[in-house]
Design a protein around this ligand. Structure first.
Ligand SMILES: Nc1ncnc2c1ncn2[C@@H]1O[C@H](COP(=O)(O)OP(=O)(O)O)[C@@H](O)[C@H]1O
Ligand SMILES: [Mg+2]
Length: 164
């Protein structure tokens, strides 16, 4: 008997109908974040990864404006904790380990666009958020995690909006 793929658990998949709604998901996740956490943001250009980080930064109380780090590679925002915002779009997967994201992220939250390129060591305990373009204004954001803090953040993601 072949096993059917398991359906995603309830609340893993969220729909956003506007840029601000995508940011609001980030802001809603922010209270659950702790230093050392890794969020791998996956999905194509224009899917809303940077918008989501705008909300994360707001949610941790950072005053800096969020800009895409596709040229700078890493931006830092400081609020109740430090948020490192990386974008690996222009980086070959093989070059990512040399960036030292693991060391930089020890005392910060690491939010990484093009998180598909993260080395396994960092990806293993990450919350993965896959962004999909459904239509002009509609985005699907699908969360998953395998281990460690990723699972705690996954639970927090699923709880967003509950009882609100
Ligand atoms: N529901 C939505 N969520 C996020 N962005 C959206 C949404 N609908 C339209 N957009 C547009 O899609 C683009 C997303 O850009 P951005 O966050 O920079 O994507 P990425 O970082 O994934 O390349 C923006 O131009 C934004 O206005
Ligand atoms: Mg981006």
């Amino acid at each position: 008997m072949s096993a059917a793929p398991l359906p995603a658990p309830a609340g893993a998949r969220r729909i956003s109908l506007a840029p601000e709604e995508t940011a609001a998901f980030g802001a809603a996740l922010a209270p659950a974040l702790a230093p050392g956490d890794v969020i791998a943001l996956e999905g194509p250009l224009g899917a809303g990864k940077t918008r989501f980080v705008t909300g994360l930064a707001r949610g941790v109380g950072a005053a800096e404006r969020v800009r895409s780090p596709s040229f700078t590679l890493i931006n830092e925002y400081r609020g109740r904790l430090a948020l490192l915002h990386a974008d690996l779009y222009r980086v070959e997967a093989g070059e990512v380990p040399a960036l030292g994201l693991g060391e930089l992220g020890e005392d910060a939250v690491l939010a990484v666009e093009w998180g598909e390129k993260l080395p396994e060591r960092l990806a293993a305990g990450a919350l993965r958020l896959r962004f999909e373009i459904v239509s002009d204004r509609e985005r699907a954001i699908i969360a998953s995690a395998d281990a460690g803090r990723g699972l705690a953040l996954f639970a927090a993601w699923r709880a967003i909006g509950e009882g609100a």
